[in-house]
Ligand binder design. Structure first.
Ligand code: PLP
Ligand code: COI
Length: 375
């Protein structure tokens, strides 16, 4: 089914009748908890077989009315993205590599038998929301406006097949650091029982089902006093894949970096790709090569692995200081954040926040967006 080629609709705008007062916005930006507070508006675009993409709207953020037979409630045909808007010191608002999120969203849609939203429409939708809710973009180190584009099947039908109607939506929430622990490094739980993705499965797609399946391992991690879970491969339970919501890098004692390859079972992170490019430009050797859990444990003990860090849009670059597993616990380096982790995070965040020149065209300033007032 070709679900891509349709003319692009224009956005109509319906402003929120009672927008949040400026003082209340300022209060909610002071110490935002990840994913709890939302801005006033949302963007929606519909897709229907035979009609394509239509009814693109910027409107007040409101609840959806969903029929109990709505396909997504039964067969989980849903995908999402995660990206951030940053307020720069000069007041401008920018996005980081939004085109890459648009591309990954299309790839996720293709894997999940969903229509592929044209990349320009994806970026336009995100920019339209950031533009209308720009007062909600926090300034300051570590804070940003987290954007959540997502799409789900809205056809009311219980037959098991790809749906014929979908709703795309973007919502936004001001956020601070993802890990609230205040520690310089997090502790991860290595699950020896639960896996996240299998060859031929949906591991490389950003679909809600992957996260639903990972929650039991995340709960196990929390009950072990850990911040995140690290998944091993489904076939042999030996190879390190990624965390529940982040990719993983190892810093070796020869200053080379290692990260699991994109084998189809892990999410191709945009932060991961950016770190690889930035690290290579700084002269680091980066090996995209499998790394076994027992090697990690032995290398941490011998000092061959000096640092380990997680990276992703929500977590940015976060040091992993300790690893717990069914057989015990081991520490990475001195258990805190290492120098290479700090160096790579600074390189990345300085570009994202406009403190370092953007020589790769990764940063996109959000301009005022053309929208048509709703009738
Ligand atoms: N892996 C998983 C499972 C994720 O959920 C994320 C976050 O989106 C990442 C990796 C990192 O991806 P990105 O850097 O594009 O945010
Ligand atoms: C993101 O980093 O955007 C994610 O989707 C991961 C999740 C931990 C929020």
């Amino acid at each position: 089914m070709n679900k891509t080629a349709t003319p692009q609709p224009e956005f109509t705008l319906e402003r929120h009748p009672q927008p949040t007062p400026a003082a209340a916005i300022t209060a909610s930006l002071a110490d935002p908890v990840f994913g709890k507070v939302f801005t006033d508006h949302m963007v929606t675009i519909r897709w229907k077989e035979g009609l394509g993409w239509h009814d693109a709207k910027v409107g007040p953020r409101r609840a959806f009315e969903i029929d109990p037979a709505c396909a997504v409630l039964h067969y989980a045909q849903e995908i999402f993205e995660g990206m951030k808007a940053y307020r720069r010191e000069n007041g401008e608002i920018s996005l980081f590599r939004p085109q890459e999120n648009a591309k990954r969203f299309r790839a996720s849609a293709s894997r999940m038998s969903m229509p592929e939203l044209p990349e320009a429409l994806f970026v336009g939708a995100v920019e339209a929301l950031v533009d209308i809710d720009r007062a909600w973009v926090p300034g300051g180190e570590g804070s940003s406006l987290y954007l959540r584009p997502f799409m789900f099947a809205i056809e009311n039908y219980l037959g098991v097949r790809a749906a014929s109607e979908f709703l795309f939506c973007v919502i936004a929430c001001p956020v601070g650091p993802y890990f609230k622990s205040g520690k310089s490094a997090v502790t991860v739980w290595a699950s020896d029982h639960y896996t996240r993705a299998a060859p031929g499965g949906t591991g490389a797609a950003k679909c809600g089902g992957n996260y639903a399946a990972s929650l039991i391992a995340q709960t196990e991690a929390s009950s072990q006093g850990c911040d995140q879970v690290v998944f091993l491969d489904a076939a042999s339970h030996r190879w390190i894949e990624e965390l529940g919501g982040m990719n993983i890098f190892f810093v070796m004692d020869d200053n080379s970096l290692r990260t699991p390859p994109l084998s189809g079972t892990i999410l191709p992170g945009i932060t991961r790709a950016s770190i690889i490019e930035l690290a290579r430009a700084e002269g680091f050797t980066v090996n995209e090569a499998p790394y076994a859990f027992d090697e990690w444990q032995a290398d941490a003990a011998s000092g061959r692995v000096k640092e380990t860090f997680a990276c992703g849009t929500a977590a940015v670059v976060t040091a992993i200081g300790a690893v717990r597993h069914a057989g015990g616990e081991f520490k990475i380096g001195d258990g805190g954040e290492g120098a290479v982790t700090r160096q790579l995070r600074t390189l990345l965040t300085d570009i994202q926040r406009g403190k370092a020149p953007d020589t790769r065209g990764w940063v996109r300033t959000v301009e005022a967006q053309p929208v048509t007032a709703a009738q």
